[in-house]
Ligand binder design. Structure first.
Ligand code: EPZ
Length: 407
């Protein structure tokens, strides 16, 4: 358990560099289990979720070396194991072991998966893909009686089910087809890695056609994290554009930027740096949607921003019940009302307080509010933020924040 202690209302300025994307890195780490050889991954972020994922694949025998920004993973000699619950319970991405372990060993353990528990997080679509591939469920274990190429149509967009289906389809000879696939940029990075390892993957709108087989080592560079970029762009807006964000792709952020720009903010590009500045001159209404819509992972970040301007609403169509963090922000004076998946955020004056990070992004929202509010605030359970934000204190200190982390 650790606490961020923040002296707020300081003018932040300077440029912050975005690290490699958490949600692109995690599927690729598990995908290396399908490969027989040496994979080279550049720009893997040094964050808790990535460290846990690396520990998990090491349990199967993966040999990992990290030098600077290059991570080399040798998966030539692996053995099937039941992964430690102590690790799987820490990250949601341990669900990717379903596809990776089934694909490599014909068996996978259905353990307890962790991560942010802001909502019920079903895996029925992952299991449907595993069944279509030929797996049967025997208690807590999935056993592949046969390993077949398969065709599946998902009724809704799911990042995790798309990842697991891609892993299964890439591990088997013959042609598989996934329709209704998620289209997040991190899915494209996984496809790039799987192609480099020998899988043939065609994409057409929401349909992926895969011809897999035995994979060799692959190579990929993890792109910048759009959720981290959005978090710092929110800070940029709260500081009238004096914070620049480097290493983010504006087109990927368009779903996030659109409501702010519609309400009066402007995006300024200076070379490779983005700044978000101006005032929100009307209420801002946000609806989260799968990519390229407004990302659900950035809705908590948007809440303090809306409160500092003219208020607005957030409708989360991806997750139910992802507003727990608003009760914490209320302790800092952010006024809101929640009904089902709709939160109304009222214009508010933030003040310092002690709050608790309930999950990764809710915690980041509390930190953003603490940086904005007058006086000293404390964000408890702050270790949750290290799951997804690399060198967080260091980056904020460079912008002029007064922040320390006490464990
Ligand atoms: C990924 O979670 C991300 N996690 C989440 O980010 C993100 O919020 C989410 O995608 C949506 O963008 C990782 O990439 C590790 P989903 P995932 O399957 O894959 C329903 C963060 O803060 N669904 O795309 O678990 C589900 O209930 C984390 O970095 C089913 O109904 O999400 C939800 O409504 C938090 N059945 C919707 O699909 C299933 O079998 C989208 O979930 C699977 C999902």
């Amino acid at each position: 358990m650790g606490t961020f202690i923040v002296e707020g209302e300081r003018e932040l300025r300077g440029t912050v560099s975005v690290s490699g994307s958490k949600n692109a890195a995690l599927p690729i780490i598990f995908a290396t289990l399908l490969t027989h050889g040496v994979s080279r991954i550049s720009n893997l972020p040094d964050i808790e979720d990535v460290n846990v994922a690396l520990e998990l694949i090491a349990e199967y025998g993966a040999v990992i070396s990290r030098r600077g920004h290059l991570t080399v993973i040798n998966t030539e000699n692996l053995n099937y194991v039941i992964p430690s619950t102590a690790l799987t319970e820490r990250i949601r991405a341990s669900t990717y072991l379903l596809g990776a372990s089934l694909g490599r060993f014909g068996r996978a353990c259905l353990g307890s998966f962790g991560g942010c528990n802001f909502s019920h997080r079903p895996i029925d679509m992952h299991l449907r893909a595993a069944e279509a591939y030929g797996a049967e469920r025997l208690g807590d274990v999935l056993e592949a009686q046969a390993q077949n190429p398969f065709t599946i149509r998902f009724p809704k967009r799911s990042v995790g089910a798309t990842v697991n289906s891609l892993l299964l389809a890439s591990s088997v000879a013959g042609e598989s087809r996934i329709s209704g696939a998620a289209g997040e940029p991190h899915i494209n990075t996984l496809i790039e890695f799987l192609r480099s390892a020998g899988a043939h993957i065609d994409t057409a709108e929401d349909t992926l056609t895969i011809r897999g087989g035995e994979l060799h080592g692959g190579e990929v560079t993890i792109p910048g994290d759009m959720i981290e970029a959005g978090t710092y762009l929110a800070l940029s807006l709260l500081n009238d554009g004096s914070v620049g964000v480097e290493g983010a792709e504006a087109p990927e952020l368009s779903g996030f930027l659109f409501p702010f720009i519609s309400s009066g903010a402007s995006l300024v590009r200076r070379g490779g740096t983005l700044l978000l500045r101006g005032r929100l001159r009307s209420r801002t209404d946000i609806t989260t949607l799968p990519y390229p819509g407004f990302p659900t992972d950035l809705q908590p970040i948007a809440a303090p921003v809306l409160g500092c301007f003219l208020g607005g609403s957030i409708t989360d169509t991806v997750w139910e019940g992802r507003f727990g963090y608003l009760a914490e922000l209320q302790k800092m004076g952010l006024s809101s009302a929640v009904e089902k998946n709709l939160a109304e955020i009222y214009p508010s004056r933030l003040h310092s307080s002690s709050v608790r990070a309930l999950d990764l992004r809710g915690g980041a929202a509390c930190l953003l509010a603490a940086l904005t509010a007058r006086g000293e605030s404390r964000v408890e359970s702050g270790e949750l933020l290290f799951r997804g934000y690399e060198r967080l204190c260091e980056k904020l200190l460079l912008l002029g924040a007064k922040i320390r982390y006490v464990s």
